[in-house]
Design a protein around this ligand. Sequence first.
Ligand code: ZN
Length: 230
Amino acid sequence: MSSMRITQAVGLGGVNNNNDVKAVQTALNKLLKLIPSTKILTVDGRLGSRPENSKTVAAIKLFQSKVVGMIRADGKVDVNGRSHRKINEKLTDFEKLQVAQNMVLSKYFKWSEFACHDSSKTPVPNEYKNNVKILAEQLSVLREKIAKPIHINCGYRTPEHNSKVGGVSSSCHLTAKAADISVKGMTPKEVHKAILDLISEGKIREGGLGLYNTFVHYDIRGTAARWGNK
Ligand SMILES: [Zn+2]
């Protein structure tokens, strides 16, 4: 998510493939604080008929002189060139800062994905935020192993919502230590197996693991608990 991928050079004298230009525009928009007075760029994948007058090229030049430290900013981002590498370095910093400030939960998950599924979408209470962070870290390991996005069917539950959906009163969902997940392209059994493997390899935390027909429950209670169809 954090790194910018381009297939060919973007900017003055670049090949300027539409998707590459979009990638640069998107990346620079996240780094606007580093290039003050630059306004948010339209992500249209274009530099216009006169690239030398394009706002995107102006932003690339400013980034090169201010951040890369180039004496002659050439307005071009070469694949794996200095500017490209510096953009990626700064994107990583940006992402870490967002995580540190709790603006985003992690590389793969958003806070909103773990909010209660009640009518007011009650967010995870502050006292349980650290649980969600730990849970998301474990799920990120799974995410990387299976190389597929994980859908959070259910994360945190308010006590009211928990009783409404028939959850037990000791449910780990109440403290935001649990997630019911599904993965497109994998059966719950396959997801369940992947989690079991990671636990036995010591790559994710021991906890509760339940196999259901349409999803898998995983929680970070710390001790082993297993249930559901086999
Ligand atoms: Zn559950």
